[in-house]
Design a protein around this ligand. Structure first.
Ligand SMILES: [Ca+2]
Length: 420
């Protein structure tokens, strides 16, 4: 899970939004997705690699018996490496992620969980200052309120996943190795039972899918049984999440943001996803929050994830905290909106442009290449539609008399291809 923040990248990582649809992408994978570049080298044979890790683990006090029993006999999991490669190729539209998780059954189940754990959540809110609906939304998105933890088709042994990545994903080997070391130490400390140390393909664990290093830093024993048990104790898992969110800057009592209505003729250049203005300033530009009760002095950025044809949002500082779990905008909006629905708020007022087709990786590269040839600065041709490419799209749209919303779908690519 948690990770240092990177730039939002639309529809890149499904995160655990799709945990119960696919293997389960890592919260916190965002850091793993763009670690400091290491020089790629041919990976050493798996057994040699494990031997090196075993030596390092011994040096850190992990007992030899545990290393023998849990590490040295592992074999690589081919599906895990496949998952890392396929992630960047994801071409699902943002609404597909929201639709997969924000379903009536998931909302109803979340509301049941709010009731079932009401007194625990009272105490957690008092102690950590994090809204219960956000906590239960993370729980729902990360593990469908724990249900996927018992689904052998979704979860896999964390040690095997991390060993596979530490020894097979050379670009990020250091990151995975640290996580594997942390997982071994968790076992050595008797915090987690080996048979429960299961999770996503990226090694995230428990009800709210903590990476092992994040567990070490933020897990808490909230039910007082002496163990920090995010695997089987709901109070421990929810409190760990609250503790983490508070530590990275969650603002007590503040919303994540709100859907907004935009006026006729709105200047979409303002929706640049980076310029902060107070709610009062946004109102002066005709931006009207759908949700009431947001502080007029709160500073927010405006985003239109699917362009002028879809809903618009003002995002407050707490939204950036949500993105620390997983930097994909689709992920953040799913957690945020599920929390709204758990609270009893209605669905977004504006629907998504569901007929649009999102670009695949080759098409994104093609779009960047064509825009660059026409003199637009796309910030590098890498097949990723980041802020600079979106700025180039806006400039292209503005220069050709289109709504400059920065939204790049298949229809836009066709227009760019057809242009002289
Ligand atoms: Ca406990």
């Amino acid at each position: 899970m948690p990770i240092r923040q990177r730039r939002r990248r639309l529809a890149l990582i499904p995160g655990f939004v799709a945990a119960f649809l696919v293997l389960g992408a890592p919260p916190g994978s965002a850091e793993s997705i763009a670690p400091p570049a290491e020089v790629p080298q041919a990976p050493p044979p798996f057994a040699d690699c494990l031997g090196e890790i075993a030596a390092a683990a011994r040096a850190r006090g992990v007992p030899q018996a545990l290393i023998d029993a849990r590490l040295l006999g592992l074999s690589p999991d081919p599906e895990v490496l496949g998952a890392t490669r396929s992630q960047a190729e994801f071409v699902k539209p943002i609404w597909a992620y929201l639709d997969a998780t924000i379903t009536e059954p998931n909302i109803a189940e979340g509301r049941r969980k709010l009731q079932e754990w009401a007194s625990t959540l009272d105490t957690i809110e008092q102690r950590f200052g994090v809204d219960r609906h956000i906590l239960v939304a993370f729980w729902g998105v990360e593990s469908r309120y724990g249900a996927v933890l018992d689904d052998p088709g979704v979860v896999r042994p964390v040690l095997r996943s991390l060993a596979t990545l530490a020894c097979g994903d050379q670009a990020r080997a250091g990151y995975w190795r640290d996580e594997l070391m942390a997982a071994l130490q968790i076992l050595a400390q008797g915090q987690g039972a080996p048979e429960r140390l299961t999770g996503s393909w990226a090694g995230a664990m428990g009800h709210t899918q903590f990476m092992p290093t994040v567990y070490q830093a933020y897990a808490v024993d909230f039910d007082g049984d002496g163990r920090r048990d995010i695997w089987t104790s709901v109070p421990d898992a929810l409190a760990a999440t609250a503790n983490y969110l508070r530590a990275i800057g969650w603002r007590t009592g503040e919303a994540w943001g709100t859907e907004v209505a935009l006026p006729e003729g709105f200047d979409y250049a303002l929706a640049d996803e980076s310029t902060e203005r107070s709610l009062a300033e946004w109102r002066q530009r005709g931006v009207t929050p759908v949700r009431s009760g947001i502080d007029e002095t709160a500073r927010a950025t405006l985003v239109v994830p699917a362009g002028a044809g879809g809903p618009a949002f003002l995002l407050l500082p707490n939204f950036r905290i949500i993105l620390r779990y997983n930097t994909a905008l689709a992920y953040g909006l799913t957690v945020a909106h599920l929390s709204d629905r758990l609270r009893g708020d209605p669905a977004f007022t504006r629907d998504w442009p569901r007929g649009d087709r999102v670009l695949n990786a080759a098409e994104r590269t093609d779009l960047q290449t064509l825009l660059a040839q026409r003199g637009y600065a796309v910030g590098g041709i890498d097949g990723k539609i980041g802020p600079r490419t979106r700025a180039a799209v806006r400039a292209y749209q503005a220069a050709t008399g289109r709504t400059p919303d920065g939204y790049a779908d298949a229809a836009l690519l066709e227009k760019v291809r057809a242009a002289p």
